[in-house]
Design a protein around this ligand. Structure first.
Ligand code: ATP
Ligand code: MG
Length: 774
């Protein structure tokens, strides 16, 4: 085996295309570059580092460099290893190289994400780490299930030591390229002194199953390269040129992998921006980019300063914001695109109004207003900090028929936790919904696995009845044994009770909250220690919030069914909705940045967990967000958001105060002066005000001083005891006393040690968990 069965001509450009290019002389693609970019492109051999701010043409230079390598014959397409951040970026890059060379490039097999390249490599060399080449890749759920078995086998209390927490720990080690035997020092004490032991057992189990998790893809390849110099050498020869985009977000394992591959020929070109390092929470080490010159002495270091993407106001706002960070290299950026719109800032009454206003703005821009050419919907992006923010936009856009796509993740109603929760709601409305029953019978896990489900299905078939009735019969006839029987009885009773509530016309919001609570579904995610869990909890809260606009659960379920159905009819021109994290490297003429409120953005969780470091990473996210915009950038915030069933007043993000006033225009929130319209493109009348006008206006003060909305429920009326599970040590927020930590729980009262106000007894209904997900 050598694993080098690539056809040497695989991916080579057609001969005619090459002949055509040769005839043309100096390649045209170099013309479009500035001198610094050109240097980075033409310095073919040896290490090259391009460290430069957003929109300065790093990716463009990287792409051109690939074209140049191929054009000059320095490398054939399959000899180039090019790593980008997403598969989408890799595809785009391949297309761009094709355009630059004037002919499609067939096959660049080694252009992709770290993971996609490593899967390919590992399939070839799996046996070196005890796997077969057809190994399976586990998702997070499988991973956690496996770990749970191991935790139980180790006689540990799974409640105290949740498998998800162990999964997070192991992922962290893998990100740092630590195999079980390399976990040393204080870290061996992790997870009740069993962390590294369980990690070793887990790796062993994976091997028996012929499986890997995501972290293994890199870890195994690093291990193989380190232990098998012959294999490494072969790849060092094959990959004659290595290029990496978004280098600032590589973790230790990725860094080692790259360094091993590049150390022989050192033909490595890395591109990045320390100010855009936003994956620290996933183990990215911005130090990797800062260390480049030490790792590769004599590197050509190219600094780019001209931004080609954004207007001066947008660039100025972004530059000022990021200058608030202390831990940075610091760069100068300038643009020739003078003039244009200032960055627009607008405050809204609440999140729904924010979505409504943005929807109207987009429609107005799409029609073309104030003498501007119409923008296509494809030109517009909405970038959110947390995925639960998307729901308000999705609902609004669906109701006004504005086509949109959610990039980098499922749309709100397609998310796992939303579909689970909806399955519960469906059962409460129609207990004979068998699909819904199958979905939730063992979610959360209640010891009703496949066998129990089969028993229920069999019984239902015999009696020609829905699964729920089959379950009821199975319980009555004692067809299940032990714990399963009791659990199934409880489930059947619960569903019966909820259905009774629906029939009795009970308050549907309250009912939805009860369902999520009683079923143990919320608790399941509260106990979940993975990075995704807080986001899922936020989404569940968002789901309950969505119910407000409907009379009852039935109406809501119909609405969602229609939404899902509408989907396929839309054309290609769509607004993009994505997270700030997902927007890295992209650009749009029009960008909306909603939800700039302290706690949401910057995220409270991020600040709590890593303090100033977290705040600086949030600020970099803000920088990434603003610099995605080419022409129009609109930042907004809401005075009120509903959190845990309560209206909570929000303060504008501290980042807003860090923006340069002379590059920002404050728009009038619609309705503030009693007039219709608003301050933006959709305004029929120009009603713009200065920032001071807005903040001093009676409307704004009202917005700020009132935590409750007229007509809304008074605070505390909806969230009562036992609705929210608080755990000792949890960070919470109280409207009067601020942030604190739960020290004890007594019925509906919490004992909280507040950061500022000291220890207090407070009603649980007035306290919210303060986590904001990634
Ligand atoms: P980010 O840090 O956000 O990833 P980047 O540095 O990779 O940004 P690119 O995406 O490569 O920047 O380029 C930004 C925009 O500027 C693109 O639209 C690109 O086509 C354009 N651009 C880059 N270089 C030049 C140039 N020399 N002349 C004209 N336009 C350019
Ligand atoms: Mg880029």
């Amino acid at each position: 085996m050598n694993g080098f069965d690539d056809d040497p001509y695989e991916g080579a450009m057609s001969l005619s295309a090459r002949a055509m290019m040769a005839a043309r002389g100096a390649p045209e693609y170099l013309d479009g570059l500035n001198p610094a970019q050109r240097e980075a492109v033409e310095a073919l051999n040896g290490p090259v580092l391009m460290l430069a701010g957003a929109g300065t043409g790093k990716t463009k230079a990287l792409t051109t460099r690939i074209a140049h390598l191929i054009h000059t014959g320095a490398a054939r397409p399959h000899e180039i290893l090019a790593v980008t951040f997403t598969n989408k970026a890799a595809r785009e890059m391949k297309e761009r190289v094709g355009v630059l060379l004037g002919g499609a490039i067939e096959g660049m097999p080694w252009m992709g994400t770290f993971h996609s390249v490593c899967v390919k490599l590992l399939r070839r060399h799996a046996e070196l780490v005890g796997l077969k080449s057809n190994f399976t890749i586990l998702d997070t759920d499988d991973q956690v299930r496996l770990l749970k078995q191991l935790v139980i086998a180790a006689n540990m209390d799974e409640k105290r030591w949740p498998a998800r927490q162990l999964a997070g720990l192991i992922d962290g080690w893998k990100n740092r390229a630590l195999t079980p035997e390399r976990v040393t020092g204080g870290e061996t004490a992790a997870f009740n002194n069993k962390g590294s032991e369980l990690y070793a057992a887990y790796q062993e189990r994976l091997r028996t199953l012929n499986a890997v998790d995501f972290g293994d893809l890199l870890l195994h390849m690093v291990t193989i390269f380190q232990k098998h110099p012959d294999v490494l050498e072969n790849y060092q020869r094959l990959f004659r040129y290595i290029l990496v985009d978004e280098y600032q977000d590589t973790n230790v394992a990725q860094y080692l992998w790259l360094r091993l591959l590049a150390q022989a020929h050192k033909n490595v070109c890395c591109v990045g921006d320390d100010d855009q390092s936003i994956y620290g929470w996933r183990g990215a080490e911005v130090g990797n980019i800062l260390r480049f010159e030490r790792d590769f002495p004599g590197a050509v270091v190219v600094r780019l300063e001209q931004n080609y993407r954004s207007t001066e106001h947008i660039l100025a706002a972004a530059s000022r914001l990021i200058s608030g960070n202390s831990d940075r290299l610091g760069k100068t950026l300038w643009t020739e695109a003078s003039g244009g719109e200032k960055v627009r800032l607008i405050g809204h009454w609440d999140g729904e109004e924010e979505a409504r206003w943005i929807g109207e703005e987009i429609e107005a821009m799409n029609r073309g207003t104030r003498g501007l050419d119409p923008y296509r919907l494809n030109d517009v992006a909405i970038l959110v900090r947390a995925s639960h923010q998307m729901r308000a936009f999705e609902d609004r856009f669906l109701s006004i028929g504005l086509p949109y796509r959610v990039i980098g993740g499922p749309r709100f109603y397609e998310r796992l936790e939303i579909r689970d929760a909806m399955a519960y709601f469906r059962l409460a409305v129609s207990p004979d919904d068998d699909l819904a029953f199958e979905r939730i019978i063992n979610t959360p896990r209640r010891g009703l696995g496949d066998k129990a489900l089969q028993t229920v299905q069999r019984r239902a078939r015999e009696g020609d009845m829905p699964l729920l009735m089959g379950a009821q019969a199975a319980v009555a006839e004692g067809l299940l044994s032990g714990k399963g029987l009791g659990q199934l009885r409880l489930l059947v009773e619960m569903i019966g009770r909820w259905h009774g509530d629906v029939l009795a016309g009970a308050d549907h919001i309250r009912l939805a909250e009860t369902i999520l609570e009683e079923s143990g579904y919320t608790t399941m995610w509260l106990n979940d220690k993975t990075p995704e869990a807080p986001g899922r909890l936020e989404n569940l809260k968002e789901l309950v919030k969505a119910l407000e606009q409907f009379e009852n659960l039935q109406g809501f379920l119909e609405h969602v069914a229609l939404i899902m159905d509408n989907d396929s009819q839309e054309g290609d021109d769509k607004v993009s909705i994505m997270t700030l994290h997902g927007a890295k490297g992209l650009e749009f003429p029009v960008v909306f940045l909603p939800g700039w409120e302290d706690g949401l953005f910057p995220s409270q969780r991020s600040m709590d967990e890593t303090g100033l470091k977290g705040l600086e990473e949030e600020r970099r996210l803000g920088y990434v967000g603003i610099t995605r915009a080419e022409e129009i950038c609109t930042i907004s915030f809401a005075g009120n958001r509903r959190v845990y069933g309560q209206w909570q007043s929000q303060l504008p993000s501290r980042f807003i105060d860090e923006l340069p006033a002379n590059h920002v225009e404050v728009l009038t929130p619609p309705g503030l002066y009693g007039g219709g319209g608003g301050g933006g493109y959709s305004a029929s009348v120009e009603t713009r005000a200065t920032k001071a006008d807005v903040y001093n206006s009676p409307g704004w003060k009202r917005l700020q001083s009132q935590g409750t909305r007229a007509g809304a429920r008074p605070r505390g009326a909806v969230t009562l005891e036992a609705e929210v599970n608080f755990s000792i040590g949890e960070r919470v927020f109280h409207q009067k006393f601020g942030y604190g930590e739960v020290m004890g729980v007594e019925a509906d009262t919490l004992v909280v040690e507040f950061d500022k106000a000291g220890t207090k007894h407070v009603k649980a209904g007035f306290v919210t968990t303060d986590s904001v997900p990634f």
